[in-house]
Design a protein around this ligand. Structure first.
Ligand code: FAD
Ligand code: EPU
Length: 337
């Protein structure tokens, strides 16, 4: 059932573990409930935020507005043939539980995205990716409710304009649509993608390559690199890996031969932000309760009582020093609120 709460504490709703309050918090379990709410309340002109699992955002102060939290559940098979299955999944299914469910049913395509925190409804927003796979490869349709027109709408994959950590929902449709369901087309005879980083090497110890073993290896690698937000507040990579033109990348490579680079296309190269930040000597640094993780310089952490602005200040200092040393602009992946 839908409920509207007042002065609601958000600490458990953000993986940074930042203390912040929302003036209003509206939680709903059905698409119909949010449609009715929007018809009764014209919210387009007030401050509002759509919140999933809070694993990719940073509250910098109390939120003096309305938080909309879809709590829509359910995994339904809506089409199936010998090769593929089409699943319709509610926005608040936990992403990793959904991956686990697919692996259990032997549906392939998202096993490399194991252990990414957050809700299914947020997965298209930044086109989540890891270990050589992006969710855009399996999304067929994104179902949403328009805050402006107060109607249910559906976006095809092409309409979502997916890119590296990007989609139309971060750009011209930012904050205009509440994603209620996502439809995924998964494979019954999957092709495994195991050539990223240490994945294939780790798999050697498992004998057989199958969805379950790939999931286990990915979880093992991630647990060895990334802090668990339940133990140490964080939101994963704080910045995107910067994409620069080839000429700039070549110049940097000539100067710093160890710089990790990834070819994007004939003109652009992606650089490893974690490496750039580590070279600027930030890794493991701590300022009060805000810090840079000791094993992964791309992850900023809250040791307990950091304020959102402490983390943001640290992020800005990091950006300045990377710009100063390398002439490279870091763009935030995390959404500062
Ligand atoms: P939130 O943080 O709640 O929201 C993120 C953004 O999406 C906000 O702008 C919000 O307004 C919008 N949004 C959320 N739900 C909806 C909705 N239903 N409709 C419309 N807009 C919505 N990301 C990766 O891509 N790859 C990784 O490997 C990865 N690893 C991570 C590891 C750790 C330890 C952590 C903490 C985070 C990691 N992330 C990673 C980032 C994060 O998990 C993903 O971005 C995830 O999809 C965020 O989901 P969420 O439900 O928590 O979204
Ligand atoms: N590196 C360093 N120092 C560091 C961290 C990394 O030198 O402190 C170097 C590594 O040695 C490696 C390179 O940078 O050569 C890349 O590091 P890693 O493989 O750990 O991945 P990443 O680029 O830091 C990206 C994603 C992660 C995703 C992993 C695996 C972005 C912004 N981050 O991290 O996504 O899980 O690859 O695919 O693209 C997230 O988005 O929140 C996230 C965690």
């Amino acid at each position: 059932m839908a409920q509207l709460l007042k002065n609601y504490c958000l600490k458990k709703h953000n993986t940074f573990g930042i203390e912040a309050k929302a003036r209003y918090f509206f939680e709903f379990e059905q698409q119909q409930e949010i449609l009715e709410f929007l018809q009764k309340n014209n919210i387009i002109d007030i401050q509002y935020l759509i919140l999933g699992g809070g694993s990719n955002l940073l509250f910098t102060e109390d939120f003096d507005g309305l938080i909309l939290h879809p709590n829509i559940k359910g995994i339904d098979v809506i089409e199936e043939d010998d090769d593929t299955v089409l699943l319709r999944v509610g926005a608040n299914e936990d992403w990793d539980e959904f991956v686990n469910w697919c692996v259990d049913h032997n549906y392939g395509g998202i096993e490399n995205l194991s252990l990414i925190p957050g809700a299914v409804g947020a997965s298209p927003v930044q086109n989540i990716g890891a270990y050589g796979v992006e969710v855009k490869e399996v999304i067929e349709t994104v179902e949403a409710v328009s805050i402006e027109t107060k109607n249910a709408v559906a976006f095809s994959n092409a309409h979502c304009e997916f890119d590296y950590r990007n989609s139309v929902f971060k750009n011209e449709y930012k904050n205009l649509f509440i994603i209620t369901h996502v439809q995924f087309r998964l494979q019954k005879q999957p092709e495994f993608k195991v050539h990223y980083g240490a994945v294939s090497k780790e798999l050697e110890a498992y004998g057989e390559i199958n969805l379950k073993n790939i999931r286990e290896v990915i979880i093992k690698i991630r647990e060895s690199k990334l802090p668990n937000p339940e133990e140490l507040g964080n939101a994963g990579s704080f910045f995107k890996n910067p994409i620069v033109d080839k000429e700039k990348a070549n110049k940097l490579k000539a100067q710093y031969e160890n710089l990790p680079t990834y070819e994007v296309n004939d003109f652009e190269t992606k650089l490893a932000a974690g490496w750039l930040i580590e070279q600027c000597d930030w890794k493991g640094k701590r300022f009060g309760d805000a810090g840079v993780h000791k094993d992964q310089a791309l992850v900023l952490v809250n040791y307990g009582n950091a304020k959102g602005n402490d983390i943001l200040k640290l992020a800005n200092d990091i950006r300045k020093s990377v710009m100063f040393k390398f002439g490279v602009k870091l763009e935030m992946e995390v959404n500062a609120i």
